[in-house]
Design a protein around this ligand. Structure first.
Ligand code: ARG
Length: 563
């Protein structure tokens, strides 16, 4: 039930033709203080239309407004403040959640249209970095959020499986690589080779030339180069697969950079047709000087294509195959210029749909206040981090609840969930300080705290002995539950905001605050007391567990029912 709309309809009715329901809706707000009611209508706009003092209009409206859903309507200066009928509203909201369950809050903004989300996109033969972790958890959550508001998400892992780094790796492997090591534990071995290459290349610049040559060979289909490339790629994918499995992330497409190799000529033709290829220091570029940007590199002097060429080609491919309503790229802020150039390049080519593309940038993960970099080997290996998180979680659980049945499974949900939540609770542009201890705390704004609150709710329901699906909620009219009911009513709006801002943190913050309110409620109200409102209270507890679970699901975090 949309109480805001009912309020607006009533006002619009009284005003007759002076203002439409929509016009009133656009003005209705939340009063600044809780004790001023639940909905407020400022009368300034109307005052201008009716040429009357705002407070006079507020008085008139307050006098005339009445509805069974309103407990009271009062004028406060230029505002009309409305108090909803707690008992009626709570009964209605709780019933709705009990019926809709996980579907509560679903929207249909998207009407089934596609949104492509390019996320994770790690580079083959390099470790899965913290930046890729951020992209993975943000992108995965955005996919769930856009689906919640009615879109179909197309999840694309644009693997970095092409580029000059393969020339470097081939050279390094041929010079210093060991097959047995590579077979045992490929990623650390590839990383060692990658680091060694850069160390050696600083002393001997001929190595860089050799690497360029090998990449050229790869592009020209040389069989030795291709076999090595394929091997590196297969081994890397196996490693990445382990991380995706832990995070429970799946993709609809693994079309990475190499996928576009045979589609690139068409892109270059198209650019030529439109006379957009300019020369710059021997390379071919799209000139963006009019737009105030550096040129967008399309082809190097040796004919090799580039990251940008592949992204242009991928954009065409995605538009054609998925007819996207929006196309999102969840990629670190250091690539902001690249995506600006990509978009402008497409617009110069005359593709208006470039406006539907958006770079979704995010900040860095810091360790002791410093950025981590692959090049110098200062990386934290992600699978190790996740394992450590699970171990720490298991220790925590062991201490708190030694008799818990499936500890390992729970520890996985808590450990992995903690890492994901820690990332998503901050606005994505903020840098995140990496600290396992902080992530895994059961108090404060953490994933385990929200999970624990959910489990506590489940445990109250178990104790009550009443099956949750048999609950017949009565209305609640105390102010403790009203705080929760209001939060529950905000859920759909919260999701919509997080969709509009492409910002999972909006939901994470909501979950934290709902959990806090619930814990306060629980410490102040005797939920299981046998009185006439018991079923109402249990329905409230059940509704909170449903909405907490759904909030965490939208972030990609699991919820154990006991922990
Ligand atoms: N592989 C790239 C990197 O690690 C990210 C790719 C992002 N997606 C894209 N379509 N450019 O930096």
């Amino acid at each position: 039930m949309d109480y805001k709309r009912i309020f607006a309809e009533e006002i619009s009715n009284i005003l007759e033709d002076a203002m439409t329901v929509e016009a009133v809706m656009a003005l209705v707000e939340k009063p600044r203080f809780d004790n001023q009611g639940d909905l407020a209508f400022p009368c300034f706009t109307l005052a201008k239309i009716e040429k009357q003092a705002p407070y006079k209009i507020a008085e008139r409206l307050a006098e005339q407004l009445s509805h069974p859903f309103f407990e009271g309507v009062v004028a406060e200066g230029p505002y009309v403040n409305c108090f909803l009928n707690k008992s009626h509203v709570s009964e209605q909201v709780l019933n709705q959640i009990l019926v809709e369950r996980g579907g509560f809050g679903n929207g249909n903004i998207g009407q089934g249209k596609n949104i492509t989300i390019d996320f994770s996109s790690p580079n083959i033969a390099k470790p899965f970095s913290m930046g890729h972790l951020r992209s993975t958890v943000i992108g995965n959550s955005l996919a769930k959020i856009v689906e919640k508001v009615g879109y179909k998400a197309v999840k694309i892992n644009h693997l970095g499986d092409w580029g000059t780094q393969f020339g470097k790796l081939i050279v390094a492997y041929k010079k210093w690589g060991q097959e047995d090591l590579m077979k045992q534990d490929p990623i650390p071995e590839l990383l060692t080779l990658y680091i060694k290459f850069h160390e050696e290349a600083e002393k001997d610049s001929a190595l860089e030339d050799e690497a360029r040559l090998w990449f050229k060979k790869l592009e020209d289909g040389d069989s030795e180069a291709e076999a090595l490339w394929r091997w590196f790629k297969d081994e890397s994918l196996k490693e990445f697969g382990k991380i995706y499995e832990l995070l429970e992330v799946e993709f609809d497409s693994l079309a990475g950079e190499a996928f576009y190799n045979d589609k690139m000529a068409a892109t270059i033709e198209l650019l030529k047709d439109r006379d957009l290829l300019a020369e710059s220091q021997g390379a071919e570029v799209i000139d963006l000087s009019q737009e105030g940007l550096p040129p967008f590199l399309i082809r190097k002097s040796d004919g090799a294509t580039l990251y940008g060429t592949r992204d242009l080609t991928a954009a065409f491919y995605r538009k054609e195959n998925y007819q996207f309503a929006e196309s999102l790229y969840v990629v670190g802020q250091e690539q902001t210029l690249h995506f600006k150039q990509l978009k402008l390049g497409l617009k110069k080519m005359g593709f208006g749909w470039a406006d539907d593309m958006a770079h979704i940038p995010f900040g860095f993960i810091l360790k002791d206040g410093k950025k981590m970099s692959t090049r110098k080997g200062k990386v934290v290996l992600l699978d190790k981090v996740l394992k450590e998180a699970m171990e720490l979680a298991e220790k925590n659980i062991e201490e708190r609840n030694p008799t818990l049945a499936n500890k390992a499974e729970t520890a996985k949900m808590v450990g992995v969930g903690a890492v994901i939540f820690h990332d998503l609770k901050n606005e994505r542009m903020n840098n995140v300080e990496f600290s396992l201890e902080d992530m895994l705390r059961f108090e404060g704004a953490t994933g385990p705290y929200v999970q624990y609150t959910h489990a506590r709710g489940c445990s109250i329901l178990r104790k009550s002995g009443i099956a949750a699906d048999k609950l017949m909620p009565t209305g609640l009219n105390d102010s403790y539950s009203w705080e929760i009911i209001k939060q529950l009513m905000n859920f759909q709006d919260t999701i919509k905001r997080s969709y509009e801002q492409k910002e999972p943190s909006v939901i994470a913050k909501y979950a934290i605050s709902l959990a806090q309110d619930f814990n306060r409620y629980y410490s102040q109200v005797k939920v299981l007391e046998d009185d006439i409102q018991k079923e109402g209270r249990l329905a409230l507890v059940f509704s909170v567990t449903i909405v907490l679970k759904e909030s965490l699901r939208l972030l990609g975090v699991n919820t154990p029912s006991e922990m």
